[in-house]
Write a protein that binds this ligand. Structure first.
Ligand SMILES: Cc1cc2nc3c(=O)[nH]c(=O)nc-3n(C[C@H](O)[C@H](O)[C@H](O)COP(=O)(O)OP(=O)(O)OC[C@H]3O[C@@H](n4cnc5c(N)ncnc54)[C@H](O)[C@@H]3O)c2cc1C
Length: 340
C-alpha cells in the first residue's frame, strides 16, 4: 500500500521551527515517497518557507491566534483537520510536550494509533518499521502496525535534522471552526525557570555530569562545596552544557545539604534516572559505577575526570579518562572559555 506520509510540526514562540522538529522532518523525508507538510501556529508562512526546499508535494497549515499557544483542544482540532485534509496514513511528528499531549487524542479521533518515544523509522517490506526502547532503555523493539493513520512521535537526537534552502511556498490554509468549547481553556502565560537557571538542556552538544566527589573532603582535608558550586555554574554558563548528576549527589541535595542549589532529581542520569542523548559527555568527580553509566548509553563520546585511576570509567566505560583533580581542571577550563 502506498502510504501518504505527513510531517506535522508546530511553530515556536518566535515563529520558527525547533531542532527536534527539523529532525522529524528529516526522518519523514527519509521514508516518504511523497511527503505532505502540515504546520500549526499563529503564523506559519515564514516557517513553511524555511523548509520550502524539502520537496513536499503540499504544504498545509492551520494558522491564527488561537493556534499560537499550546492547548489540547485547539492542537487536537488543528492536527486532526490537517490529517484529514491530507488523507494521512503515516504522521511523523516531533516528541515535543505540545504534540505528545495532543496527538494520541488525534489518533483516537481518526481511528488510528499513536506511538511515542520513537527512536528510528525505516522502510520495511510491508510498510514501515519503527524502533522504540522499553524497560528503561534496556530492550529495543521494532514495531509494525496495520492500523492507519499511524502517528509517530520521534524523540530528539535520533535522526539527522533536515537541512536545505529556504524557498517561498504556497500554503493551503485549512479552516478550523473556533467554537466556544475549543477556547474554553485560556492560556494566561507560561511559568518556567529563566533560561540561565534551567540546567537541563536536551539540545546541548555536551552533557556535564557532576558526581558526589565534588562534596567530599579534598586533599587539604576540607569540603569545598561552595567552590564546587561556583565552578560548575560558571562552566554551565560559559559552555551552555546540560547538567547531569549521579544519584549520590542528588540524594545529598534532597537531604537538605547545601551542595548545588540548581540541582534536583531531574538531573539524575542512570538506571533510576534519565538516559539523555548528547553527542559528548564529561563526567567529573563521579565514580562511573554501572547503575550510573547505563544512563550514558546514547552519549557518543565519553570523557571523565577522576582522581582515581581505577575508577569505573577506566574499565572501558569512557573513551578518555583524565586522572586529575576536577577542581583544578574545571578552573582551568573556565579560564580558557572566558578568554574566548
Ligand atoms: C538499584 C540502584 C539504582 C541506582 N541508580 C543510579 C542512577 O540512576 N544513577 C546514578 O548515578 N547512580 C545510581 N545508583 C548508585 C550508583 O551505584 C553509585 O552509588 C553512584 O552513581 C555513585 O555516585 P558518585 O560516583 O557520584 O559517588 P562516589 O561513588 O562517592 O564517587 C565519587 C568520586 O569522586 C572522585 N573524586 C573525589 N574528589 C575528586 C576530585 N577533586 N577530582 C576528581 N575526582 C574526585 C572519587 O575518586 C570518586 O571516584 C544506583 C544504585 C542502585 C543499587
Amino acid at each position: 500500500m502506498a502510504e501518504t506520509v505527513v510531517f506535522l510540526g508546530h511553530t515556536e514562540a518566535g515563529g520558527g521551527l525547533s531542532r527536534i522538529t527539523l529532525e522529524a522532518l528529516g526522518a519523514a523525508k527519509s521514508v516518504a515517497g511523497e511527503l505532505v507538510v502540515g504546520l500549526v501556529g499563529q503564523e506559519t508562512q515564514h516557517a513553511a518557507n524555511a523548509i520550502g526546499g524539502c520537496g513536499a508535494s503540499r504544504f498545509l497549515a492551520v494558522t491564527g491566534e488561537p493556534f499560537g499557544e499550546s492547548r489540547y483542544s485547539t492542537d487536537c482540532a488543528a492536527a486532526e483537520a490537517i490529517c484529514r485534509a491530507a488523507g494521512a496514513t503515516i504522521v511523523i511528528a516531533p516528541h515535543t510536550s505540545r504534540w505528545s499531549r495532543s496527538l494520541p487524542g488525534v489518533a483516537l479521533r481518526l481511528g488510528g494509533r499513536a506511538d511515542t518515544h520513537i527512536t528510528g523509522i525505516t522502510r520495511a517490506e510491508n510498510g514501515l518499521e519503527v524502533a522504540r526502547w522499553f524497560y528503561r532503555q534496556r530492550m529495543e523493539a521494532l514495531l509494525e502496525r496495520a492500523e492507519r493513520p499511524w502517528i509517530l512521535l520521534l524523540d530528539s537526537g535520533c535522526c539527522a535534522a533536515w537541512q536545505g534552502d529556504s524557498t517561498p511556498v504556497t500554503l493551503e490554509k485549512i479552516d478550523v471552526e473556533i467554537t466556544p468549547a475549543l477556547t474554553r481553556t485560556t492560556v494566561t502565560g507560561q511559568q518556567a525557570p529563566q533560561s540561565e537557571q534551567q540546567t537541563i538542556r536536551p539540545d546541548a552538544g555536551l552533557l556535564f555530569v557532576a558526581g558526589a566527589g565534588w562534596t567530599k573532603k579534598q586533599k587539604d582535608g576540607a569540603v569545598h562545596a561552595g567552590q564546587a558550586s561556583e565552578l560548575i555554574s560558571r562552566f554551565l554558563e560559559l559552555s551552555q552544557a546540560s547538567l547531569g548528576s549521579s544519584k549520590s549527589l542528588v540524594d545529598l541535595s534532597g537531604e537538605g545539604h547545601v551542595v548545588l542549589p540548581f540541582l534536583s532529581h531531574l538531573n539524575q542520569v542512570g538506571q533510576t534516572g534519565s538516559t539523555p542523548r548528547h553527542p559528548k559527555g564529561l563526567a567529573t568527580c563521579c565514580h562511573g559505577e554501572e547503575p550510573h553509566v547505563v544512563g550514558w548509553r546514547f552519549i557518543q563520546e565519553r570523557r571523565a575526570v577522576n582522581l582515581d585511576p581505577n575508577c569505573g570509567w577506566a574499565r572501558g566505560k569512557a573513551d578518555v579518562l583524565y586522572v586529575a583533580d576536577a577542581f583544578e581542571v574545571m578552573a582551568r577550563v573556565n579560564a580558557l572559555l572566558e578568554k574566548r
